[in-house]
Design a protein around this ligand. Structure first.
Ligand code: PBG
Length: 342
């Protein structure tokens, strides 16, 4: 047995840090913020301990709280005062995200990213405009209180091309309100190109796009859909979000988004998809983001509340692993708590 080579030699205190391959910094982290037009006080999000929806009047205070931990960027989500078939509040000049953004960019120097999607703004909760078949089924849900499960599974849901125009409008309105980067998450084919064109046409040529390029139809979004009130009222998202079975497909999505002008490519969720994070990182020379989603946060907290896991340790290990897999930046509900320990 040859024991001249002993990997353990490098695992001593003082040396371990010097030879460490992955380092986590506050500057890698993006904190999600929920602004809510339906309330004038903070509303705790039960399934995400430590997170709340805040009214526009408290958006700046919420951001300052985040910045105190050393985290310097946020991604903003909005809960509108009213919803309709086309999600018109998503691009309203006095929309909840637009109002919050104006205050945040006037009063703080945080880097602001905005999520561009329609699911929080449409009454049916889908990420785009419904096509004719789906609209007809949705109307029956409204009048008769339901449609048969077999009908819900029909392939027709969102009208892809009609949605593109609306995503462009939302993006322009966010840029006008002070967004520093636009992050489309609607899983619409052609969304990056349509948004790039809309932004450039309005003079926002310097605003980058972080595309949710490999966005899976995942059950790990459950707590977010409660938080942002964006669950589909019927059917599901498998006709536009990616099949969890696939990773070659993620590379095709990435190539399309790069062709259309994406500046940063995101994989979502993160922990169950670290292989995809790794493949995307090898595949592209663009920065890679990973979204450590609501369910990943909620399950660790639930276990910690039972005394089964140490939340500080598992949170740190989770984010470190996401970076090790190849992510350059991480959107995470752990941003503040982990930053405080770094
Ligand atoms: C909007 C959007 C969702 C998430 C981020 N943007 C919900 C969804 O796609 O259903 C989920 C984030 C999370 O779970 O933390 N489309």
């Amino acid at each position: 047995m040859d024991l001249t080579r002993r990997p353990r030699r490098l695992r001593r205190d003082g040396l371990r840090e010097l030879v460490g391959e992955t380092h986590l910094h506050e500057s890698d982290l993006v904190a999600p913020v929920f602004v809510d037009a339906t309330t004038d006080e903070q509303v705790p999000i039960e399934s995400m301990p430590g997170h709340e929806r805040v009214p526009v009047s408290e958006a700046v205070a919420r951001v300052e709280e985040i910045q105190e931990t050393g985290v310097e960027s946020i991604i903003l989500f909005g809960i509108p005062g009213s919803k309709d078939a086309r999600g018109t509040r998503a691009w309203a000049e006095d929309g909840v995200v637009q109002r919050a953004l104006r205050r945040i960019s006037d009063e703080t120097d945080v880097f602001t990213i905005t999520d561009v999607c329609l699911c929080e703004y449409t009454d049916h909760g889908h990420c785009g405009v419904l096509d004719d078949g789906a609209r007809e089924r949705w109307e029956r849900v409204e009048t008769d209180g339901g449609v048969a499960a077999s009908e819900q599974e029909s392939d027709l849901t969102v009208d892809n091309d009609e949605t593109l125009d609306l995503l462009g409008k939302i993006s322009k309105s966010h840029a006008a309100a002070g967004a520093d980067m636009i992050a489309p998450s609607s899983a619409t084919d052609g969304m990056v190109g349509a948004i790039r064109e809309a932004l450039d046409g309005a003079g926002y040529t310097d605003i980058p796009i972080m595309s949710y390029a490999a966005k899976y139809e995942s059950a790990f979004y459950g707590p977010f859909r409660d938080a942002a009130d964006g669950a589909p009222a019927f059917g599901d998202r498998r006709h536009y979000q990616m099949d969890p079975a696939n990773s070659d497909e993620a590379l095709r999505e990435v190539d399309l988004d790069v062709e259309q002008g994406a500046d940063v490519l995101m994989v979502k969720p993160a922990l169950p998809y670290l292989d995809v994070v790794g493949r995307v990182d090898e595949h592209t020379d663009r920065p890679v983001a990973a979204y450590n989603v609501s369910g990943e946060y909620a399950m660790l907290h639930a276990a910690a509340e039972n005394g089964w896991l140490d939340i500080e340790e598992v949170a740190h290990e989770s984010l470190l692993s996401i970076k090790r897999a190849g992510a350059d930046l991480i959107v995470t509900y752990f941003a503040e708590s982990v930053a405080e320990t770094l």
